[in-house]
Design a protein around this ligand. Structure first.
Ligand SMILES: [Ca+2]
Ligand SMILES: [Ca+2]
Ligand SMILES: [Ca+2]
Length: 248
């Protein structure tokens, strides 16, 4: 009995933890302008210029990706100002896994920078869609199997998507476009953050300044997933054990 109980515990607890951890990522599409969830990093209003690839050091709004709106820089060499996306409506004091979402194109090396804490005096961490060993950038995780030629250089998430390009594996809590033409969404894993007293988490976004359009930045939005409190996992685990024990 003791041996069977221990075996049941070993099976039940990881299953419960996996189910809890897979609760889903809630995607928030970045929006600009007055009242938008995305501002410059100092909190001032960010308004993207519309459909201009000019080297104007401004983020350009183009009609691609989620909600037919992506923020782009370096389609001509420039330095877009650092942005801050605010996720609101979270539970104050609760811990969340936080992600940033960029796009890449098949066969190209698009990039971005993202962090949970600003570094006003310098760069924040960079990420690239196709990682190479000498890069100071960390890899973005492509969400689809595009650009198979360099698949061995990074981790793919291998999610599935419908004919319209929307993820349908249950990874996201809401409808999220991850594939469009020869382009794909890529995920940056930022770690965890605690929602502040206002139920908010801030994510800082930047580009690779003054580079070629092959290293451009396309920023779409951020994601959050509640990290279950250790007590919740223990309670669920104990419930699983109890059920298993009754059955045996
Ligand atoms: Ca521009
Ligand atoms: Ca968008
Ligand atoms: Ca910049």
């Amino acid at each position: 009995m003791v041996a069977r109980f221990t075996l049941a515990a070993a099976i039940a607890l990881p299953a419960v933890m996996a189910a809890t951890a897979g609760a889903g990522v809630t995607y928030l599409d970045a929006t600009d302008g007055v009242g938008g969830n995305t501002t410059y990093s100092d909190g001032s209003v960010f308004t993207a210029v519309d459909d201009s690839t000019a080297a104007d050091n401004m983020w350009n709004q183009r009609d691609f990706a989620n909600n037919a709106s992506i923020y782009s820089t370096n389609e001509s060499s420039e330095n877009g100002a650092r942005l801050m996306t605010t996720v609101s409506g979270l539970s104050a004091g609760q811990e969340y896994d936080v992600y940033a979402y960029f796009w890449g194109a098949s066969g190209q090396l698009w990039r971005g920078r993202a962090a949970l804490v600003d570094n006003a005096a310098g760069d924040i961490q960079g990420y690239n869609t196709s990682h190479f060993s000498s890069s100071s950038f960390l890899p973005m995780d492509r969400m689809t199997d595009d650009a198979p030629g360099d698949a061995s250089l990074q981790t793919n998430l291998h999610l599935t998507y419908d004919a319209g390009g929307f993820e349908n594996s249950g990874y996201f809590d809401n409808a999220v476009l991850i594939h469009q033409s020869d382009r794909y969404m890529a995920q940056v894993t930022l770690g965890t953050a605690i929602a502040d007293a206002n139920g908010e988490i801030h994510v800082y976004i930047d580009d690779l300044a003054n580079t070629s359009n092959g290293n451009r930045t396309w920023y779409d939005g951020v994601g959050t997933a509640l990290v279950p409190a250790p007590g919740a996992i223990l309670l669920l685990g104990a419930g699983g054990l109890f059920a298993t024990r009754r059955r045996s």
